[in-house]
Design a binder for this molecule. Structure first.
Ligand code: PLP
Length: 391
């Protein structure tokens, strides 16, 4: 067995995507800024991909700026707004469950004199729009809330938050790295001004992403150099990557509705059957408002890393939200933010399904997981006492 249930970490490049990219490593190698035919062939392909990506989120192609991935897009959004709008205010609102690609730039800005509010979330990982309203001050220039969380899969009420920020004239950024190509996105209906995406999360290649920047958004330049991307992001564009990203968007648009239905069915069956067979276990994240491909479970009296390693030995790739560093298990900032008790966060495991996932793979993992947990629990003196009823 060779089962890949870690599609939130990255996805395999779809064969159609790879085929679309190949000519741009060969005959169509031109620099899209060049005036000659080589350059113009590359430019046409790049602009076709830009249009396809714009269509996926209901934006104008001019509002799509290519970057090196999700991390750069998040950095660009946060630092770009901060840098260009300091005259209006120095306050940023974000959440405790953002990816490090948003949290770290916020920490850097704090060292530069900005004030950042990190909103709490509820037990499901949901951000409350009322909390956003309460946190806004006359100094607030940016709200950054992720569209869906990469670890626990909770989908945030971005359209509601967008209504608030729009009414107050504050920019809204959303990290949509886990949702572009997986859930319907309409930047008009959601009222977002900035949105981050990364190709390798939707069957595209690594090292290419985009930042959607709504027309009129005041942004400081992030990369200085040539005038590429209409002076918004210097450096020769990654044409093969962009072409692959465009193809991935085309496939996502075609398959999205059916994939949402298929993956939601597999996800819910997995959750239901595992929780029925494993005592002292729970689901993390919101039961309904969650990514169709995300299963995040916690089992008490086992360690997430031991689970991941045992599954790996049986050909199953998953991941954990707790990392063992020098013997002490430190739960992720996300599991801490939802207030998971320590014994539950230590035994957390994430399975993320994808385009390549088959029904029988889900059946296989449902079949072996309870046995692995039972085997690991047999090593736990605490669990023995629980079973004997002595604690
Ligand atoms: N934001 C989220 C929510 C992510 O899941 C990731 C990747 O794991 C990133 C940002 C960073 O994206 P990239 O790996 O393309 O830099």
């Amino acid at each position: 067995m060779n089962i890949y249930f870690d599609n939130a970490a990255t996805t395999p490049v779809a064969p159609e995507v790879l085929a679309a990219m190949m000519p741009f490593f060969g005959n169509f190698f031109g620099n899209p800024s060049s005036l000659h035919a080589f350059g113009q062939d590359a430019r046409r392909a790049m602009e076709a991909a830009r249009a396809e990506l714009a269509r996926l989120i209901n934006a104008d192609p001019d509002e799509i700026v290519f970057t090196s991935g999700g991390t750069e897009s998040d950095n660009f959004a946060v630092k770009g707004v901060a840098g260009a709008n300091r005259d209006r205010g120095n306050h940023i609102i974000t959440t405790k469950i953002e990816h490090h690609a948003v949290l770290e730039p916020c920490h850097v800005l704090e060292n530069q004199g900005f004030r950042v509010t990190y909103l709490d979330v509820d037990e499901y990982g949901l951000v409350s729009p009322e909390d956003v309203i309460k946190a806004i001050t006359p100094e607030t220039i940016l709200v950054s809330v992720m569209h869906a969380n990469n670890e626990i899969g909770t989908v945030e009420p971005i359209a509601e938050i967008g209504q608030i920020t729009r009414d107050m004239g504050i920019y809204l950024h959303t990290d949509a790295v886990q949702t572009v190509g997986h859930l319907p996105i309409d930047v008009q209906q959601m009222n977002v001004d900035l949105l981050s995406s990364s190709a390798h999360k939707l069957s595209g290649p690594k090292g290419i992403g985009f930042l959607y920047i709504r027309k009129g958004t005041k942004m400081a330049q992030f990369m200085h150099g040539g005038g590429q991307e209409k002076n918004r992001r210097a450096s020769t564009q990654n044409v093969p990557g962009i072409v692959g990203f465009g193809k991935a968007a085309e496939i996502a648009l075609k398959e999205m509705d059916a994939e949402i239905e298929r993956l939601t069915g597999l996800r819910d069956r997995f959750i239901r059957e595992v929780l029925a067979r494993v005592p002292h276990a729970r689901l993390n994240g919101h039961p309904q408002k969650r990514l169709p491909n995300n299963i995040n479970l916690s089992a008490a009296y086992v360690e997430g890393e031991a689970l991941v390693l045992n599954l790996d030995m049986q050909g199953v790739a998953a991941s954990t939200g707790s990392a063992c560093t020098s013997g002490s298990f430190e739960p992720s900032h996300i599991l801490k933010a939802i207030g998971l008790p320590l014994e539950m966060s230590q035994g957390s495991i994430r399975f993320t399904l994808g385009r390549i996932t088959k029904d029988e793979e889900v059946d296989y993992v449902i079949g072996i997981l309870p046995g692995i947990i039972e085997k690991l629990r047999a090593l736990s003196p605490v669990y023995k006492k629980v079973k004997d009823g002595t604690i």
